[in-house]
Design a protein around this ligand. Structure first.
Ligand SMILES: [Zn+2]
Length: 403
């Protein structure tokens, strides 16, 4: 029964959890149900919550628990209850609430996996539904939750957060293949970690079932297993909302060289609401934002662009202040000011006398790889998703995962 059995003494006599030993043939059956798939199966691990003092889990259908470290089954979780999991000195404490009855409690090891008995059923985590299994990890008195699921289900859960499913089909398909490629690259290159992807803009925004759309589901299915390949390798499928006229060479953003991620003129994204933008900041605002990020300046006098890339994106800025000059990269400057407050590094600076500055810019995002609004523009002109992907990732081809 795993390494938690020694802690059973902590559970008071009044508090009792129903335990059922899962027969071996049932476990084999569950394994079969979980692993059976008419095509390939790639398992994604996405961290959906981090650093939590407690998490709530419920399921309308039966689930079961596994000790992640030993692989031993622990118990059948009681059906149709809400479970509160908290970090405990020696692992995880679970409290199950069932109506007015006294709460049931138990202690588990520090890494447990909760799976639905029938693979297609969902589990609710803090009132948001997820497919697949949830790994709860307790470390330093806080909990992380990692969603373990098939890559196709993962892609479905990114749709509403990363693109409009109402866009032309080929733009959505291009996004799906790029998003799958991005996830596959992360999976292949982080094989030994607990998870491959964050559920935020740090990777791709993923919201479990709340990100799904029935129309887009069919498009995920039509492109099932397709990814972008360059000379036998899965590419780093970076994409962004709108390039503002030119995509950027990845060298200028992350200092790496990839021949399929270079500067491309994009005449297709002009309909984007982010094509032109204007943002206003006071010097005081910028000063306090920089201070929060560990850069202490006194009395900003002037901010000017020092160096630009061939696509006009700001590579370096100079901030003149009362005690000297500070040089900062455009990428860092945008990160500090906030990705929404300074939508791209493709901007010019217009300074006013009253300690105020206006950034006039184009596009939204880092500018590397596929421009999503450009993909939409191309699809409206009749290009198919394969042509769109070849345009933004030149020299690549689309391949399919093998069974
Ligand atoms: Zn564009």
């Amino acid at each position: 029964m795993g390494d938690y059995s020694g802690k059973r003494g902590k559970v008071s006599a009044r508090v009792k959890v129903r335990k059922v030993i899962i027969p071996v043939f049932m476990l084999l059956f569950f394994q079969f149900v979980l692993s059976w798939n008419p095509a390939f199966s790639e398992e994604v691990r996405v961290r959906v919550l981090t650093n939590r003092a407690s998490v709530e889990i419920s399921s309308s259908a039966p689930t079961y628990l596994i000790n992640n470290k030993t692989g031993d089954s622990i118990t059948f979780a009681v059906n149709r209850a809400t479970y509160s999991f908290k970090p405990d000195a020696s692992g995880i404490k679970m409290v199950a609430f069932e109506g007015d009855t006294p709460p049931l409690a138990d202690f588990f090891p520090c890494e447990i996996i909760i799976k639905p008995e029938i693979a297609k059923n969902k589990i609710s985590l803090n009132k948001r539904e997820y497919r697949g299994a949830l790994l709860i990890k307790s470390e330093n008195f806080s909990l992380d939750v990692i969603n373990i699921l098939d890559i196709e289900d993962y892609i479905r859960g990114t749709i509403k957060y990363e693109i409009s499913p109402r866009w032309p089909e080929d733009a959505v398909k291009a996004h799906i293949v790029a998003a799958r490629t991005y996830a596959l690259f992360q999976m292949r290159n982080k094989k030994n970690g607990d998870f491959y992807l964050e559920s935020s803009v740090l990777s791709q925004v993923y919201g479990g079932c709340s990100g799904e759309d029935t129309v887009a589901d069919a498009l995920v299915d039509e492109t099932r297993g397709e990814y972008i390949d360059y000379e036998g390798n899965i590419i780093e499928g970076f994409y962004h909302a709108c390039c503002g006229g030119y995509t950027e060479d990845v060298l200028n953003v992350w200092g790496i060289q990839r021949s399929y991620l270079h500067r491309t003129r994009c005449p297709f994204c002009k309909e984007s609401p982010h094509y032109y933008w204007e943002k206003k900041f006071s010097f005081n605002q910028i000063q306090s934002i920089l201070k929060k990020n560990g850069i202490d300046l006194t009395g900003i006098i002037e901010i000017r662009v020092k160096e630009k890339s061939s696509t006009d994106r700001v590579l370096n800025l100079e901030i003149r202040h009362q005690k000297g000059r500070l040089h900062i990269s455009g990428t860092d400057f945008r990160r500090f000011l906030g990705y929404n407050d300074l939508p791209s590094t493709l901007f010019t600076i217009h300074q006013r006398n009253r300690g105020e500055i206006i950034f006039k810019g184009r596009g939204w995002g880092h500018g590397v790889g596929m421009c999503q609004w450009g993909a939409r523009g191309m699809a409206l002109l009749g290009y198919n998703y394969r042509e769109i992907l070849k345009f933004y990732y030149p020299g690549t081809e689309i391949k399919k995962l093998e069974r």
